[in-house]
Design a protein around this ligand. Structure first.
Ligand code: URC
Length: 307
């Protein structure tokens, strides 16, 4: 033989697992991206195609989801140790397991301010904002007379681990979606809002305060809305801003529905009691709309991505 096999490894990469732990109505999230790489006596599969030593990558994926249920996710390290030990100890041909994990942190949506009395006690316990992602943006246009200021944000990722349903929709012969009465609602908010300030002489908004308050109202509306659709939540987020911020006349949102599918653990004899989810990255629903102050013009472009 003129060639020999060098280093090799295999497994399922980027298993997106979200584990919700329900401590009464206080929920805790662990959100991981888990990659499994196994190596050992794998000469035959490469040389001859014999799969006799090959634990399928599909099985390594299932193990990640089953372990999330069976052992929980205390920490990424603990979870990775369980997995690595399992693969090496349970499969004779596997001599080495490498588990790589990325963990995405989530903070609870803050409500400990003057408005907290408007927030139902249980809303804050299941509403989260992903750490360290958002970008604040603004666009200023001046034609010598009039100013137009459109500000906004992108990549603000939020999740409600309950208080979201989706049912009663149109069903045609291609519809397979099951109605949901308690689902995860998660989105990556991209939003732009247009200020009604247009003239140097008029009093200028306090831009920093306006941004902080607008973001706060957006997050609180997301957390507080008992959602029957992402469209309804979007409208609540926009109207809450228009109703609280007199300097803003128009808000537009582009909200990808970041689907979280319950993993079927029945084949492994485990019951998934709304705990272990597969966080899909694509395709995603994309819900977009503008909310206007009554009488205001719609000027934010439909496609805001270049703004
Ligand atoms: O909030 C939702 N709105 C939809 O329009 C939709 N469509 C879908 O399949 N799931 C969802 N969820």
């Amino acid at each position: 033989m003129a060639t020999i096999l060098g280093q090799n490894q295999y497994g399922k990469a980027e298993n997106r697992v979200v584990k919700i732990t329900r401590d009464g109505d206080t929920h805790h999230i662990k959100d991981l991206n888990v990659s499994v790489a196994l190596s050992g006596d794998m000469d035959d599969v490469h040389y001859s195609g014999s799969n006799a030593n090959v634990l399928p990558t599909d099985t390594t994926k299932n193990t990640v989801y089953a372990f999330a249920k069976e052992y929980g996710i205390e920490s990424a390290e603990q979870f990775g140790i369980h997995l690595a030990r399992w693969f090496v100890n349970s499969q004779e041909p596997i001599q080495r397991a490498r588990i790589r994990i990325e963990e995405y942190g989530w903070d609870r949506i803050a409500t400990s301010d003057a408005n907290s009395k408007f927030i139902g006690a249980d809303e804050v316990k299941h509403s989260f904002v992903r750490q360290g992602q958002e970008t604040r943006v603004t666009q200023i246009t001046y034609d010598g007379q009039n100013w137009e200021v459109i500000s906004g944000l992108k990549d603000l990722v939020v999740m409600n681990s309950t208080n979201s349903e989706f049912w009663g929709y149109v069903k045609d012969k291609y519809t397979t979606l099951q109605e949901a009465y308690d689902r995860i609602l998660a989105t990556q908010v991209s939003s732009r809002w247009r200020f009604n300030w247009s003239d140097d002489e008029q009093r200028m908004p306090n831009w920093e305060k306006s941004y902080a308050e607008t973001r706060k109202h957006m997050l609180q509306a997301f957390a507080e809305t008992y959602s029957l659709s992402l469209q309804q939540t979007l409208y609540q987020m926009g109207s809450r801003i228009i109703n609280h911020r007199s300097e803003i006349d128009e808000v537009r949102f582009s909200l990808p529905n970041k689907h979280h599918f319950l993993v079927d653990l029945e084949p492994f004899g485990l019951k998934n009691d709304n705990e272990v989810y597969f966080a899909a990255d694509r395709p995603y629903g994309l819900i977009e709309a503008t909310i206007l102050r009554d009488g205001a013009d719609a000027r934010i472009p439909v496609d805001m991505t270049n703004l």
